[in-house]
Design a protein around this ligand. Structure first.
Ligand code: ADP
Length: 458
């Protein structure tokens, strides 16, 4: 596996290399355009000065004179008219020089070897220790004509600088590479930590620890990761809670059914008792059936939104019909039910919305107190319909209100033992959401609860 660490280092060093080449090309262009002519000019002046001094002072010894100049950092070649060559200073690596050039200078012309030294040799041409890479000037001494070829002894002049720059460059490159190695480790480490955390999360360990105090993208990522871990933990908790709730919801009717079928097996019971037991068993079967139907509905609502089939219908009429079906339960609990339900038409899925009203009304009855009351109202404002179910029941704590729309949440296991389906309100919320509406709750413990639904008319 190519790690990020290795990639980062390879890229950085690659970039250094490319920058080096670019810098070389740019400085070479500068050398060819500006420095080379300037260098040629400067050395031409030096050569002419040397020649002029020799011409004006015939009393000096020419060879001694040139020797002493070469000692301060010049390489020279003195050509006599016949072609005899004498060298001064450090020897040239390449001493070749066309005869024509020598004659050209002997005739009194200046030879600009530095300026015309091949272009392809880049900056390094400057260092090329060749006789062709010189300035040639004519020199008159004691009436005789010579040609003097001269170039600075680069090695002599720049040796220490050379070493110094070499060291600076070498050190800079080494230090950069070392720093990149260390820095990259520092940058990549949080990512490796994240990978470890991901693995432990996948194994169900939610207690991951990450450094989320960094103020950069990685810190942000760690932060989001921790947030995701806590959400996943919550979901995992809910899943466990769901399994325990569902098992309980399935188990209790099953054990009731089992108990009553055992009783039915006893042949000595009266017909009256028998039919009572059968009706209890039927009730329990109904409970189980409602539970599975609700679970299936929720699953299909989750899977696709196409499940809703909207049409124009009368909500007021639908609510009145529902109340009629619940009248017996209301009467049985001695609850006062009042309503104001004008005929209002809206577009929606009547069957799904009926499930919403059904849940809200059955909860209002279920969680009511003896002799309590329920008030249902329907209203139209602007483009919305407002439906409210208010009861004077047991109410809820604030902490409960926050969670009731969560799937499988149940405020208090003990108090809802005879209830069908732990998923009612989450179905309600899903259906209202699918219709583009909202649902709100206002509740006070021991005083009552009101559910307010707002739905778009169309
Ligand atoms: P279920 O009623 O089957 O437990 P729901 O999803 O319908 O499931 O309701 C979730 C929880 O919300 C209930 O367990 C109950 O604690 C609370 N709740 C719902 N409606 C009311 C209400 N009208 N009054 C008080 N508590 C309510």
């Amino acid at each position: 596996m190519k790690t990020l660490y290795v990639k980062f280092i390879v890229i950085t060093i690659g970039m250094m290399f490319i920058s080096f080449i670019l810098a070389f090309i740019i400085s070479n262009t500068y050398y060819q355009q500006k420095l080379k002519p300037f260098n040629d000019q400067k050395n031409t002046k030096v050569a002419l000065d040397i020649a002029a001094f020799a011409e004006q002072h015939p009393e000096i010894n020419l060879h001694e004179y040139l020797k002493s100049i070469s000692a301060v950092g010049y390489q020279m070649c003195l050509v006599k008219l016949g072609g005899d060559r004498t060298f001064f200073g450090k020897p040239f690596r390449d001493k070749s020089m066309p005869i024509s050039t020598q004659e050209y200078v002997l005739k009194g012309n200046v030879f600009h070897g530095m300026l015309h030294f091949p272009q392809e040799t880049f900056v390094t041409g400057f260092f090329s220790n060749e006789l062709k890479n010189t300035i040639g000037v004519p020199l008159k001494y004691q009436g005789r004509t010579y040609a003097l070829f001269i170039r600075p002894d680069i090695k002599f002049l720049f040796n220490e600088m050379h070493i110094l720059f070499g060291w600076i460059l070498g050190l800079a490159i080494t230090l950069t590479i070392v720093m990149v190695l260390i820095n990259t480790k520092y940058l990549v480490k949080p990512i490796s930590n994240l990978t470890k955390a991901t693995k432990s999360l996948a194994n169900g360990d939610f207690t991951v620890k990450l450094d989320s105090k960094r103020h950069d993208e990685l810190g942000e990522l760690s932060h989001s990761f921790l947030w995701m871990a806590s959400k996943l933990e919550q979901i995992d908790e809910m899943r466990k809670e769901f399994i325990s709730n569902i098992s309980h919801d399935i188990q209790s009717p099953l054990s009731n059914i089992k108990g009553y079928t055992n009783l039915l097996e006893n042949e000595s019971i009266s017909n009256e008792e028998r039919s009572h037991y059968v009706s209890i068993i039927n009730g329990e079967i109904r409970r189980l059936s409602t539970l599975t139907k609700q679970l299936l509905l929720l699953a299909s609502l989750d899977r696709n939104e196409d499940i809703i089939k909207k049409k124009l219908f009368n909500v007021g009429g639908q609510l009145k019909e529902l109340i009629r079906n619940y009248q017996w339960a209301v009467n049985e609990k001695g609850i006062m039910l009042s309503y104001s339900l004008p005929n209002i038409e809206m577009v929606g899925d009547p069957s799904l919305l009926n499930t919403v009203w059904d849940n809200l009304l059955s909860n209002a009855i279920k969680y009511n107190k003896p002799n309590g009351s329920i008030e249902i109202s329907l209203d139209k404002k602007g483009d919305s319909v407002f439906i409210t179910f208010a009861d004077t029941g047991i109410g809820m704590k604030n902490t409960e209100v926050e969670r009731i729309f969560e799937r499988f949440y149940r405020a208090d296991m003990a108090r809802t033992r005879t209830v069908e389906g732990p998923v009612g309100l989450s179905i309600v919320k899903t259906i209202v959401d699918l219709h583009g509406g909202t649902i709100n709750v206002r509740s006070k413990e021991n005083e009552g609860t009101a559910f307010m639904v707002e739905l778009p008319i169309r």
